[in-house]
Ligand binder design. Structure first.
Ligand code: GDP
Ligand code: IMO
Ligand code: MG
Length: 428
């Protein structure tokens, strides 16, 4: 029995979808536990590209259960559309399970997200405008609507009768010409409920049974550690806990059932949205990496900011997540550069700094200290995938082994391209 948690070690888009798909082959249940359709996970197989936002990546592996846990915020319209599209592309979606306790993204949440971003000025995080923050806020304030409410029309109506006028007053106060009608939302959400009914279950009970039967569970994190609402660069974060411990809270599985945590590390750093980024590359090298790595947001299409790998960030991630293994992706993207750099510490007011400050505004005055490595040439990465880790260029292996030695966590997989087959196993 194995319960593996996959976590992004940086600011999202590390290749979690690809690594989840790889591990999914030997898992029975693939489970999302936080975030919503702000995520964009890309999986390439059978010469096709799939971009999943809400559905766990395991749905692409036949016969697996793909579970959306209580910690996910679910936009039912998006979920139905995503399922329809997958069905059209020949994917069997009957393995999907939706928690009866997940909170729902409502039409007003998306508008509130856009409104808050407009009002927040420099404090804006550059959100995906999918309604994630406002939905989690309402959950914490205890006036969220949950999946189970869709099957109790009376209770749903009564909740909407209280919440919708509050939202209308809020928008009016900000001078926004927006009014929601209870009856319209009620009818619309009841009909989503009918469409989704066959997927709805008590996920905690389901996974407890699965564990007792010796099934293998795989938890698919969304976003990244430095977007975590507690441990990330607050306030330039998302609104959920993206770290491994939330795999338990976000599904109703007891924490002692989690057996290993894989940190997915992109061989450099990328970020969409606003906020400090000490190792950001703004010149030609940054442009080279962005174009070569197709660094454009999966969800919003925005160009991603890119920079050198940052060990201050990664040590923090290894600590707060209890990483047991690392999977390093996009090693091919750095191919062709004469030299590559890794930030090993910062200097601040004349001192060396090895940990992130809580006052993240001061990060702009932290200067990265770099160790420079000789680069490696581009290769035939398909051929390399067949040959194995030991055939990687020596300089690439030196770069990777420096990372695992510093973090004291073994690299067990190296990804050298977006396709399913382009994942190398690294022994010892
Ligand atoms: P996620 O959000 O962590 O699942 O990552 P995304 O799918 O948003 O972004 C990662 C991008 O890199 C996708 O386009 C993947 O197809 C691609 N990718 C993943 N691993 C590799 C790799 O090793 N090399 C290259 N070149 N691309 C990769
Ligand atoms: P995956 O799972 C990268 C970023 C947004 C913004 C901040 C808050 O594909 O790695 P939100 O809409 O969540 O309120 O936006 O978080 N963000 C992501 N960045 N990858 C993601 O997901 C992200 N999900 C949210 O750009 O800065
Ligand atoms: Mg992504």
């Amino acid at each position: 029995m194995d319960s593996v948690v996959i976590i992004g070690a940086q600011w999202g888009d590390e290749g979690k979808g690809k690594i989840t798909d790889y591990y999914a082959e030997r898992s029975d249940y693939i489970i999302r536990f936080q975030g919503g359709n702000n995520a964009g996970h890309t999986i390439e197989f059978r010469d096709e590209e799939f971009k999943l936002h809400l559905v766990p990546s395991g749905l692409l592996r036949e016969g697996k259960k793909a579970v959306i846990g209580n910690g996910v915020v679910v936009d039912p319209e998006v979920l139905i559309e995503e399922l329809d599209e997958l069905k059209m592309r020949g994917i069997d979606t009957s393995g999907l399970v939706l928690s009866d306790r997940a909170n729902l993204i409502m039409p007003y949440h998306k508008e509130e997200d856009a409104l808050q971003e407009r009002l927040k000025g420099d404090l804006k995080a550059g959100t995906t405008k999918k309604g994630i923050g406002p939905c989690y806020s309402d959950k914490a304030a205890r006036y969220g609507i949950r999946v189970a409410d869709l099957y109790n029309p009376e209770s749903l109506k009564s909740k909407l009768e209280k919440i919708v006028p509050m939202k209308n007053r809020l928008f009016k106060a900000y001078g926004e010409n927006k009014t929601w009608v209870v009856e319209e939302i009620y009818e619309r959400y009841l009909s989503y409920g009918k469409e989704l009914e066959s997927y709805v279950e008590d996920v905690s009970v389901l996974l407890d049974k699965a564990l007792k039967e010796g099934m293998n569970l795989l938890f698919e994190g969304a976003q990244g550690t430095h977007l975590d609402v507690d441990h990330g660069l607050y306030p330039y974060t998302t609104s959920s806990n993206t770290v491994s411990a939330n795999a338990a809270t976000g599904t109703g599985v007891g924490p002692l059932n989690l057996s290993s945590v894989i940190g997915v590390v992109k061989a450099y750093t990328s970020r969409v949205g606003t906020g400090p980024f000490p190792t950001e590359l703004k010149g030609e090298t940054g442009e080279y990496i962005r174009e070569k790595g197709h660094e454009y947001g999966t969800t919003t299409g925005r160009p991603r900011r890119v920079g050198w790998l940052d060990l201050v960030m990664l040590r923090y991630s290894a600590r707060v997540n209890s990483f047991t293994d690392l999977a390093v992706t996009c090693v091919d993207v750095l191919g062709g550069l004469d030299e590559v750099k890794i930030c090993t510490a910062y200097t601040y007011t004349g001192e060396k700094v090895y940990d992130y400050p809580a006052d993240i505004e001061s990060l702009k005055d932290h200067e990265p200290v770099y160790k420079t490595f000789q680069g490696w040439d581009d290769q035939d990465w398909d051929e390399m995938a067949e040959k194995g880790y030991e055939s990687l260029p020596e300089n690439a292996r030196r770069y990777l082994e420096f990372i695992e030695d510093d973090l004291e966590v073994p690299i067990t997989h190296v990804s050298i391209g977006p396709k399913r087959e382009q994942t190398l196993k690294k022994e010892g």
